[in-house]
Design a protein around this ligand. Structure first.
Ligand SMILES: *[C@@H]1O[C@H](CO)[C@@H](O)[C@H](O)[C@H]1NC(C)=O
Ligand SMILES: *[C@@H]1O[C@H](CO)[C@@H](O)[C@H](O)[C@H]1NC(C)=O
Length: 183
């Protein structure tokens, strides 16, 4: 009996390590994923940096994809290549060549559309090793708050306040006239 118990508690610990550890690791990986927000018609910078910067420009090969499928952007031997770029991204993506040697392969997406939303992955191939980074792009409708002429427009709260004051005024004058009649 005791031996059986010892084995089963040992199994339990092993079971926990096997089943819970991956869960923890997966959960922390998921929460580490970056999220970027953009607005329809606006732009967004999708970050991508390897652990260590490249040694030479020629050493760099970076490929950006969306949903692991469509080609968004490519840098081959330090040169931008749009040969295999998906039509959807034509003339809408730029990178920052002056940042390459600092290990910054971020891209900027312009004129954002609903269809741009999703997971982007940046695959970095360097002489010695390859890495990848993922970032989730969320697309939102243009926010009213971002329109610069906001200050000149009446704010909705003000309109609501004015209407409520008018309403209260009407109600109280009605109430007064009713009480006036009844007394
Ligand atoms: C990479 O470069 C872009 C453009 O200059 C900048 O917006 C971004 O913050 C840079 N990222 C890092 C990690 O330096
Ligand atoms: C390959 O990686 C090692 C250690 O990470 C480094 O010392 C070496 O310089 C790298 N070689 C090249 C060609 O990048």
């Amino acid at each position: 009996m005791e031996i059986y118990k010892r084995i089963s508690s040992g199994n339990l610990i092993r079971w926990s390590i096997f089943y819970f550890l991956p869960v923890f690791v997966t959960a922390s990986e998921v929460s580490l994923q970056e999220t970027v927000e953009g607005f329809i018609g606006g732009s967004a910078v999708l970050p991508c940096s390897p652990e260590e910067p490249p040694i030479t420009i020629q050493d760099i090969h970076v490929r950006w994809k969306i949903k692991y499928m469509q080609n968004v952007y490519e840098i081959i031997n330090g040169q931008v290549s749009v040969e295999e770029q998906d039509q959807q991204y034509k003339n809408r993506v730029e990178s920052f060549p002056e940042e390459y040697l600092r290990g910054n392969f971020s891209i900027k997406l312009y004129n954002l559309q609903h269809t741009d939303a999703g997971e982007y992955t940046c695959y970095i191939f360097m002489k010695n090793k390859s890495e990848d980074r993922s970032v989730e792009l969320l697309i939102k409708e243009k926010s009213e708050k971002l329109i610069p002429s906001e200050g000149t427009k009446p704010r909705p709260e003000m309109t609501v306040m004015i209407i409520s004051i008018l309403f209260i005024g009407i109600i109280s004058s009605l109430a007064n006239s009713v009480t006036g009649v009844s007394t």
